[in-house]
Structures are given as C-alpha cells and as structure tokens.
Design a protein around this ligand. Structure first.
Ligand SMILES: [Zn+2]
Length: 327
C-alpha cells in the first residue's frame, strides 16, 4: 500500500482501489482476475436448497408427471419486432389449431396440465384461455408480458411487466397465478425478489436438479419451490425451425419419444418428478401430437403415476415439507 501514497489526490478512489488492492473485485476486473471469494459470491446468489421430493406422492404414486404447454403464440415475434404476417401465422396456428388439439388429447386421457401464457398472448386469445379454463382441471401460470427477456431489462421494468402480467392473468382467469415460468427461462438477478413480492408459490425455470427443490438466495432458504426444467425435456430444441439460421429439426419425431420415455423411466425409478415443457406451435402438429399420445399411453402403462399440474405438485410438496415457511 505504501507505494500508493504518492498518487495524486485527484485520482479517483476507484483507480486507487484497482491499482493497489488487486484482490478486491471491481467492474473493470475480468473474471479470470477475480478472487475465489468473488467467484463464490457470484455463483451462490441463487442456488438449489433442500430436495423436496416427498416420501410418496398422492395415493402412493411413484412419480409425479407435470405436462406443461408454453402458449407463446405471437409474442416471441412481437418482442423481436418481427412483424411478418408469415411469422405471426405460426403463432396463430398455436391458438387456432394446436391448443384445441392439445385440450382434446388431455381430455381423452383425463390428464391435467399447466399452461404458461404471456399476458399479451392471453389477451389476443381470450377464447383459448376460456377453453382451457372450461376444462376445470388445468392451470394457467405466468410467462411474462410479451415474452420479454428479463436479463435485458432494468429491475424496474422487470417488476412492472411481471406485476402487469400478474394483474392481467388474474383478471382474465378470475384467479391469481400461483407460479411462473420465466420467458425463455431467463432468470435475472432480480427475478426471485419479484417472485417473492408477488407471493408466488413456485418457479419452473431453473435447472439445478431433476427433483423439486427449495430455491436459496445468498445462502438462505427463500420458501420458493422450484420445479426444474431442462432443454432435453423441451420440444423446441428438437422441433424448432428458423429458415435463416441453423435452428431446425435434426431428429426424428419418434427419437424424441425415445429420449422422453427414457427420462420418464428413470424419474419413475427414482420416485421423483418428470416435467415436460412443450409449445403448442411446435408440439401441436399432427405427427408430433401422435408421438405425445404414444408417450402418454406409455406412461399410463406404469402403475402409480400421478399426472398433475405444477400448482398441485407445488402445493403437495409444500404441505409435505416442514421446513418451508411458504405463502
Ligand atoms: Zn415461452
């Protein structure tokens, strides 16, 4: 430190810090210059806590299966200012064809599901929202305002959009949302605090486990339940298509069945949780719906499978856990 004393007083404190105190991280430091303490602080902001898998699922079921459909419709295109009628028509297909087809399939096998819906999609497609609600077994959860990317927003913008989405879905459905799947699974440094402010029971956007777990913030339990997701268990990486990029289907439809069935099989063996994320605009086409039906039939050949909404699973987990002080 002594060598620093000659530095002119006019130099900023930040400069003195960065020159003299190499172990103290600053904005200017590159990640490979960080102390291990700084690295730990960064990765430990949001972490997985207690495994919340219950001793057994309702009625002695071995595994909980949560089918979810992210009903984005036109919102991804709107967010990106891609105003092409061609692109919008893919979102229209989701509402016009895919959602009714999905609802019919779920009825056929008497399975409840969770629909995560950006508020703008819900406002554009009120008929579909009412159709989902009319089944009286499905859940509608938060999925942003217009599929915004939370990490690109200010804290204030993110909070305002999430509150607006919450209020809109509450008004449209007559029920306050219980959980959220963040758009694109994009979880900012402020997302968890806003989730707690809204009093949500669960999130389904993180990937630290296959099992349900409690989210920890800065090493402390938060009471928010995570029902984790994975790209492996999402239809988009298999079926997404973009004419002008390398995004395109690269696997046969029944090969996707093989991956998902193997994931289910292991979840069944472990007695934990199987969360599947799908999008009406991708899964809702005829050949893929046939594959999804085959998967449902396959899962139903197993005894003791509990098909439930995310909300039902989160509530069951909450009741079974003595350590959580949940809303
Ligand atoms: Zn989405």
């Amino acid at each position: 430190m002594k060598k620093c004393l000659w530095l002119p007083i006019s130099l900023s404190a930040v400069l003195v810090f960065s020159v003299c105190c190499k172990n103290t991280p600053t904005q200017e430091q590159k990640p490979w210059e960080w102390s291990l303490e700084k690295v730990r602080a960064e990765v430990n902001r949001i972490r997985a806590g207690k495994d919340l898998t219950p001793e057994s699922w309702p009625d002695g079921a071995r595994v909980a299966v949560a089918l979810s459909f992210d009903f984005d419709a036109e919102t991804n295109a709107l967010r990106d200012l891609n105003l092409s009628p061609g692109t919008f028509s893919q979102g229209e297909y989701a509402a016009r064809v895919a959602v009714p087809r999905i609802l019919d399939l779920l009825d056929k096998y008497d399975i409840p599901a969770s629909f995560f819906v950006p508020a703008v999609s819900a406002l554009l497609h009120k008929e579909q929202i009412q159709a989902i609600l009319s089944k009286k077994k499905h859940e509608i959860g938060l999925h942003g305002w217009i599929h915004e990317r939370n990490s690109l927003l200010s804290e204030q913008e993110e909070r305002e959009l999430m509150q607006r989405s919450f209020d809109t879905l509450k008004e449209l459905t007559g029920k306050a949302p219980i959980g959220i799947r963040t758009p694109s699974w994009d979880f900012s440094l402020h997302t968890l605090a806003i989730i707690k402010e809204l009093g949500l029971l669960y999130d389904s956007s993180l990937m630290a486990d296959d099992r349900p777990y409690e989210i920890m913030a800065e090493g402390k339990p938060t009471g928010v339940i995570e029902l984790p997701v994975e790209w492996l268990l999402d239809d988009y990486p298999y079926f997404g298509f973009s004419r002008y990029s390398s995004v395109r289907p690269h696997i046969k439809t029944m090969d996707v069945f093989a991956v998902w069935a193997a994931e289910f099989e292991q979840a069944y063996e472990e007695g934990t949780l199987f969360v599947l994320t799908m999008h009406p605009k991708y899964i809702g086409h005829r050949s893929r719906m046939a594959m999804l039906e085959t998967l449902i039939q396959y899962m139903q050949t197993h005894a003791d499978v509990w098909f439930a909404t995310h909300e039902e699973i989160a509530r069951f987990v909450k009741e079974g856990s003595e350590v959580l002080d949940l809303p």
